[in-house]
Design a binder for this molecule. Structure first.
Ligand SMILES: NC(=O)c1ccc[n+]([C@@H]2O[C@H](COP(=O)([O-])OP(=O)(O)OC[C@H]3O[C@@H](n4cnc5c(N)ncnc54)[C@H](OP(=O)(O)O)[C@@H]3O)[C@@H](O)[C@H]2O)c1
Length: 279
């Protein structure tokens, strides 16, 4: 039995499906079992990571845990996992923990570092997955691309090797099911670095209608983010983080291919699969 937390999320849903496809028994944790829309073969259980006692029943009799990094929650959940006999944990962390660029000393990086440390000290056999930005993040541009208007945002030249969320799940599934990954910290990226301007252009190609990114100054971007409901400190953090992605060579990790045995999916593949969301 493998417990998947964050099971209704971008990555967790694929982990559940892939473990089931591999013939594993899966217990999928969600705060809202009624609305979870998870496969019938998964055992869907209620639980909230911020209230560790509610997660304990889900851990009973499980051998492994896929852990979603909810801020401030990992310590007690990992202790409960050990007590319930769980032997292996695979943490969905973030490549941001490895950055030392301007803007990387932020709250998101700090809580991922803390959860990594708690995982390493859990006494379980642990593996850390450190993905970079998810391709699915670009859905934030969908309303403007659907409307045929230009995508406005900061730092058009900020560059990332966005990763297909299914590749993260493929790696997680392999690491949950096979030996030889204990104590590994895997940075996971897509196969090519693209600027934000190029990501928008490629989405336009997938949709079959030109799409364009228009850079706005950071101050304007900050105002627009706050007007769209993004908390001011998060907007500031995002801006500083993106500024740090300009002119710095993006490292492409071989880990997806090494672990799964096939190349990481390209951003073009992701955009083609999700083209309907942008039409
Ligand atoms: N997006 C990126 O670019 C990026 C980059 C690097 C790393 N990451 C890491 O990946 C994570 C996001 O993964 P994702 O996109 O798969 O997640 P997601 O789509 O945001 O979904 C996560 C799921 O976790 C569950 N959840 C949230 N808080 C919970 C709580 N307190 N207790 C129990 N379940 C809770 C929610 O399920 P229910 O509502 O069903 O309970 C939610 O569906 C980030 O948090 C970060 O750690 C993201």
């Amino acid at each position: 039995m493998i417990v998947v937390t964050g099971a209704t999320g971008n990555v967790g849903r694929h982990v559940v499906e892939q473990l089931l496809a591999a013939g594993e028994s899966v217990r999928a944790l969600t705060r809202d079992p009624a609305g979870a829309r998870l496969p019938a073969r998964a055992e869907v259980v209620g639980g909230d990571l911020t209230r560790p006692r509610t997660v304990e029943p889900a851990l009973k009799g499980a051998s492994a845990l896929f852990l979603f990094a909810a801020p401030g929650t990992a310590g007690p959940v990992l202790r409960a996992a050990g007590e319930q006999g769980v032997r292996r944990v695979v943490l969905l962390s973030s490549s941001a923990v490895t950055y030392d660029t301007e803007g990387s000393d932020n709250a998101i990086v700090a809580y991922h570092r803390e959860i990594e440390r708690e995982t390493e000290e859990s006494g379980l056999e642990w593996t850390l997955l450190r993905p970079c930005g998810f391709a699915v993040n670009t859905l934030r541009w969908a309303p403007r691309i659907r409307a045929g208007t230009v995508v406005r945002g900061p730092y058009a030249r900020a560059e990332m090797a966005l990763i297909h969320e299914r590749d993260i799940a493929d790696v997680a599934t392999r690491v949950l099911l096979t030996d030889g990954h204990a104590g590994a910290r895997y940075v996971l990226t897509g196969p090519e670095a693209l600027t934000q301007a190029e990501q928008v252009r490629r989405i336009g190609e997938a949709v079959g209608r030109p799409a364009r990114y228009e850079e706005v100054p950071p101050d304007v971007a900050r105002e627009e983010m706050v007007r769209d409901g993004i908390p001011a400190d998060f907007a500031e953090m995002t801006l500083r983080f993106q500024a740090g992605l300009i002119g710095v060579p993006t490292e492409i990790s071989p880990a997806v291919e090494e672990i799964t045995g096939r190349p990481a999916r390209t951003f073009d593949q992701w955009a083609a699969e999700r083209a309907a969301d942008f039409r």
